[in-house]
Design a binder for this molecule. Structure first.
Ligand code: 5GP
Ligand code: ZN
Length: 113
């Protein structure tokens, strides 16, 4: 069994509220949402962070962004949304399987103005 939490979600060993699944990407709701819509989009293959997936499989990095857009549309975020890729511990990354946070559903506080 995988040591990686998000690989285990891909494998179905850890339950998640999955909103989109293809052979290459999975999207599921964050367990601790920071906005009314907070979905994580991950590749089914293991890459530690955004820099690693961009180097190893740039097409897959693009598919992650396309899936994020598909999730945002399905969630009704027509007015806009935020995609966040925390990359490395100093940026607050806690799960080292690359994941795009898709956040929306209300005015987000940053950037100001
Ligand atoms: P990071 O801080 O690495 O950018 O984001 C990790 C995210 O994963 C956090 O927002 C956290 O709430 C979420 N998370 C951690 N464990 C689980 C889990 O078991 N299930 C789900 N759905 N989300 C999780
Ligand atoms: Zn993994």
């Amino acid at each position: 069994m995988s040591e990686c939490l998000f690989c285990r979600i891909v494998e179905g060993d850890v339950p998640a509220d999955i909103v989109l699944r293809t052979d290459r990407v999975v999207a599921f709701r964050d367990i601790n949402p920071q906005a009314p819509v907070h979905v994580l989009v991950i590749p089914t293959s293991h890459h530690a962070n955004a820099a690693e997936i961009a180097a190893a499989d740039p097409a897959l990095a693009g598919e992650l962004l396309a899936a994020a857009a598909q999730v945002a549309e399905a969630e009704g975020l027509s007015g806009g949304y935020r995609i966040v890729l925390n990359t490395g511990a100093d940026a607050g990354q806690t799960v080292f399987h690359v994941h795009a946070h898709v956040l929306g559903g209300r005015d987000l506080l940053w950037p100001p103005g």
